[in-house]
Design a protein. Structure first.
Length: 202
């Protein structure tokens, strides 16, 4: 009998067993999470971790990501301290424990548009022409054009490009520009980390 064929069958049989075991562990962990007790959450964390290890052996990256996220969620629910639970919940809300690049992109877009609006009121200069609106500014064609310029300035600030043709004016505009540049560095780094975790097997 061809030995290579036998080895191939053994490999496929082992893969099928690992897949079945990982699915069983994942189902068991989900059942444990239905019981709001410390012991059940601890068992769920362990089962999700074991399932993630088996999925990683099989090269199933998305299944690994799902199990790791659920493991973190079970751990968050197991915490007795409200402060720690709230702190970890923020990480879930912002980027799903580091496994959702799409959620990070939504945050980046929200920051981009919001700060564009801030710059409309705080003021900025583009091609040495100052642009500033008070709270009661009226919406007309020029306002839409200036908002486009504000979004442009917000984009080059968020990505820390700084072409030089647009700049903040004194006062709150500089504060918002510095804040947005800092957030841009943080969220772009978070996006790259989430992208690696979501689609690259560790």
């Amino acid at each position: 009998m061809d030995r290579s064929a036998t080895e191939g069958w053994e490999d496929s049989s082992s893969s099928a067993q690992n897949l079945l075991a990982s699915k069983s562990l994942e189902v068991a962990a989900l059942l444990h999470m239905k019981l709001p007790t410390q012991e059940s959450y601890d068992k769920a964390v362990l089962d999700f971790r074991r399932a993630a290890v088996l999925y990683r052996k099989l090269g199933r990256v998305r299944d690994v990501s799902r199990c790791v996220v659920m493991e973190d969620e079970a751990y968050r629910l197991s915490l007795s301290s409200r402060k720690r639970k709230f702190g970890i919940g923020i990480f879930k809300f912002i980027w799903l424990y580091g496994y959702s690049p799409f959620l990070v992109v939504l945050w980046i877009m929200a920051i981009w548009i919001s700060f564009g609006g801030f710059f409309m009121y705080a003021g900025f200069e583009i091609h040495s022409v100052p642009i500033n609106y008070d709270i009661a500014w009226t919406i007309d064609a020029s306002a839409f054009g200036d908002f486009g310029n504000a979004l442009y300035f917000s984009a080059v600030t968020l990505t820390t490009l700084g072409y030089g043709d647009a700049q903040p004016v004194a006062g709150w505009s500089r504060f918002w520009a510095g804040t947005e540049a800092f957030l841009g560095v943080v969220f772009i780094a978070m996006f790259l980390v989430a992208l690696q975790r979501r689609f690259v097997s560790r």
